[in-house]
Design a protein around this ligand. Structure first.
Ligand code: GLU
Length: 472
């Protein structure tokens, strides 16, 4: 059985009881890819029947997260609560045909029935005389309800052990599995792609389809995500919601790529595949059966790869929002900002990482005590004296990001010979420069950093560091 045989109409059906998490984002992505792959349609259905936990804020957040991920839908959002009339009509149909009946048995009555018939035996009720009570769907006594899952293969559920289950309460309010099946039927859904925590709901939904006399969709149950420690994915594993990933400076295209590979794909989770390529290749039947591991470290790495590929203007625009959050929007020297962005484009793995790396270009270095203790000792003063002398030799003419002759090439030519000249390892020479001008041991390339900072500021900071060293 393959999704290729017909034009799929799929749905993403989040419950708005929280924000969109990485697992939900993957379900949304797989549905979106399945639809786009085959020229089908994606319906967005908001399963808001849990009135206590569903909030308009959560709905707004989910839509926002989907839009930010650039996963567009063709129909919806449709509110499940808003479909009450359709649910009532389907209920009526089942009652009329006898596929469902009203049963006034109480929970205690059911318990008693089970005590008599055995705990493994599904409850079978008796239609009430007065037309009151909960509505139960009739479940056959024989045979199995079979889920032909695109991912898991054939899964059988023995009918005998299933209760005639309640599909609506006495007051007419419908239950979850009934609403889902009726919605999928009414919406003409051909393929249900969802987390395999829903596999146990599927036989009930299939029985509702059968009662309605409607051909059910195909099902593809995707294994749940786990953290690197093998436990079910949760807060403990770091940024878990799309909102948090966005705030942490991840790019939507990197998230799409990484998340698509969680359970699907060429076998590892480091393959760079453009969204176009994902659309071309994705088929739900190719999703694996073992649980996939969400590892934020790997997403980080992949995000870094995508950041490198961004055109420089796009990169700057993306970074700017993060910088503004840190600086309160105060204006920065534009040329210096542009150059700063350029020199960290290969290094930063998230948009959030950029500002800490280039901050030294706009503010006096914040002294990192640990870095200072580690680096500013031994030969550090001798090194900085030589560095100063070498940099003073760089001709003061036009060129370089500050127009003061401090080009990356000229600085490299001046500093590169120093380790050999001083008989020291490269780290012993370049780390003191780094700490002197940036305050820390983590910065963009040293020649680029010096060029970006410019002649006067670099020399002043080195002077300053030497003064501190002599006081120590
Ligand atoms: N509303 C369910 C959830 O958020 C999904 C139901 C379905 O896909 O059938 O887990």
């Amino acid at each position: 059985m393959s999704i290729e045989n017909s034009i799929p109409r799929v749905r993403f059906a989040p419950s708005p009881t929280g924000s969109l998490h990485i697992g939900g984002a993957r379900t949304a992505l797989y549905n979106w890819l399945a639809a786009r792959h085959a020229g089908g349609e994606l319906v967005l259905r908001i399963e808001d029947t849990d009135l206590e936990r569903s909030t308009p804020e959560n709905v707004a957040q989910i839509l926002d997260a989907l839009r930010w991920l650039e996963l567009d839908w063709d129909e919806g959002p449709v509110s499940q609560v808003g479909r009450a009339e359709a649910h009532a009509a389907a209920l009526e149909k089942l009652l009329e045909s006898g596929a469902a009946y009203r049963d006034s048995a109480t929970a205690d009555d059911v318990k008693e029935w089970k005590a008599e018939h055995g705990a493994d035996r599904g409850y079978r009720g008796t239609p009430s005389d007065d037309g009151t009570g909960a509505v139960r769907l009739r479940v056959p006594d024989d045979g199995d309800t079979v889920v032909n899952d695109l991912i898991r293969g054939e899964v059988r559920f023995p009918n005998r052990s299933y209760d005639d289950f309640v599909i609506a309460r006495g007051d007419g309010s419908v239950l979850y599995n009934f609403a889902v099946a009726v919605d999928d039927a009414d919406m003409g859904i051909t393929d249900v792609i969802r987390g395999d925590d829903h596999l146990s709901n599927t036989p009930k939904q299939l029985l509702v389809f059968k009662g309605l006399g409607i051909e059910p969709p195909r099902y593809a149950h995707v294994p749940l995500l786990h953290g690197p420690d093998g436990k079910k994915l949760s807060k403990r594993h770091g940024a878990a919601s799309v909102q948090e990933l966005r705030d942490a400076g991840y790019l939507p295209e990197a998230i799409r790529n990484y998340v698509a590979l969680l359970g699907w794909g060429p076998g590892d989770d480091e393959t760079l595949l453009s969204t176009e390529e994902l659309v071309k290749r994705f088929r739900p039947e190719d999703v694996g059966t073992s649980s996939a591991v969400f590892d934020e470290k790997k997403l980080r790495w992949m995000n870094g790869r995508y950041m490198r590929e961004l055109p420089i203007e796009e990169y700057q625009t993306a970074v700017r929002a993060f910088v503004e959050a840190e600086t309160g929007g105060r204006s920065l020297n534009e040329d210096r900002f542009a150059f700063g962005c350029e020199i960290v484009q290969e290094k930063a793995q998230t948009l959030q990482e950029v500002w800490p790396l280039i901050r030294f270009l706009f503010e006096s270095p914040v002294k990192d005590e640990k870095a200072w203790r580690k680096v500013m000792k031994g030969d550090a003063d001798r090194v900085l004296t030589e560095v100063e002398a070498a940099l003073i030799e760089v001709p003061d003419e036009s060129g370089g990001p500050n127009g003061d002759g401090f080009t990356v090439v000229a600085i490299q030519a001046a500093l590169e010979p120093l380790p050999e000249m001083l008989g020291l390892g490269a780290g012993k020479v370049f780390q003191p420069i780094r700490v002197a001008i940036t305050g820390t041991t983590i910065s963009p390339g040293i020649f680029e950093s010096v060029a970006a900072l410019g002649r006067d500021e670099t020399l002043a900071r080195i002077e300053n560091a030497r003064a501190k060293l002599s006081q120590a």
